[in-house]
Design a protein around this ligand. Structure first.
Ligand code: FMN
Length: 270
């Protein structure tokens, strides 16, 4: 088993605005940000917390650094999977992180189908190959050659695939928060995927999301009933290294959009 290479030296991920401000003010290096205000400094007495509540103090600097490191160094992984199986305690932690995602009305609509069987994975790979052949001609002639060179899945190389599903009936016909936005169960399940992805990064486990096939084709292979949506099909495994920036960016497919162009004040601008 070979975990992901540790980050060494200077942080290689973007600075948060507060860190930038702090740096500008103090001339400090990227890693020496001011310590967060403590509960105490804010005048909140920790011993007076009500039963069932927990302290909402900011994390310590190393803790925040770890959270942002997971966020900024998480990558979608399609290649370089090592065959080593994930130890059960690691898998359990990753799944538990997913299960602690927010969900509309606390619906928890997800299930996790662990796909280890090589025959099933080979059938899913066939679905991908057929769909990917349909996808290529949909892009402009200038993009097609690059598209066909991209590796967009690691279904059979990864030792574990996980299909995260959304049971649209869980919690009954009326779910708090879902009365007017029916798709909030799908959004909840996407939150679980992201929790899993970040926890996996912290564990040194690579994750790749494969979406190039039809749900209707995937359902019979995994025995998923009609009221359940296969929301995410993920490939998991240890990898030797990760791309420092999105692979699609590195291969010239698309660049990260400038964040300032995405932030509006009060109303949509455009
Ligand atoms: C809903 C969703 C579906 C995706 N489907 C695929 C896919 O089918 N194949 C693939 O190679 N990457 C897929 N990705 C990964 C994206 O390409 C990737 O997240 C994006 O290029 C940014 O790279 P990063 O995740 O490494 O930061 C998917 C990501 C999401 C969120």
């Amino acid at each position: 088993m070979m975990p992901l290479a540790p980050q060494a030296g200077k942080a290689r991920w973007p600075l948060m605005p507060s860190q930038k401000t702090c740096q500008a003010r103090t001339g400090a290096s990227a890693r020496t940000v001011a310590a967060p205000a403590t509960l105490h400094a804010r005048g909140i007495a920790m011993q007076n917390l009500n039963p069932g509540l927990t302290a909402a103090a900011p994390f310590s600097e190393p803790e925040r650094e770890a959270v942002y490191r997971a966020i900024f160094t998480r990558r979608d992984v399609r290649s370089q999977f090592l065959p080593d199986p994930l130890p059960e305690p690691v898998l359990r932690r990753i799944l538990t992180a997913a299960h602690h995602a927010p969900s509309v009305g606390f619906m928890q609509p997800w299930n996790f189908i662990l796909v280890r069987d090589a025959t099933i994975r080979a059938r899913v790979k066939q679905l991908f190959e057929a769909a990917n052949a349909e996808a290529a001609p949909q892009f402009s002639p200038g993009q097609q050659a690059l598209y066909s060179r991209l590796k967009l899945e690691g279904i059979t190389e990864a030792p574990l695939n996980i299909c995260i599903t959304c049971d649209r009936t869980r919690g009954g016909p009326v779910v708090l928060g879902r009365t007017h936005n029916r798709d909030t169960d799908l959004y909840s399940t996407a939150c679980a995927v992201q929790n899993l992805w970040l926890a996996a990064r912290a564990e040194g486990v690579g994750v790749g999301w494969v979406s190039i096939f039809r749900d209707a084709d995937l359902r019979p292979i995994l025995g998923i009933p009609g009221h359940v949506v296969p929301l995410a099909y993920l490939c998991l495994g240890y990898v030797r290294e990760l791309h420092a920036t999105p692979e699609l960016e590195q291969k010239g497919w698309r660049q990260r959009v400038d964040i300032d162009s995405l932030i509006f004040e009060n109303q949509w601008q455009g």
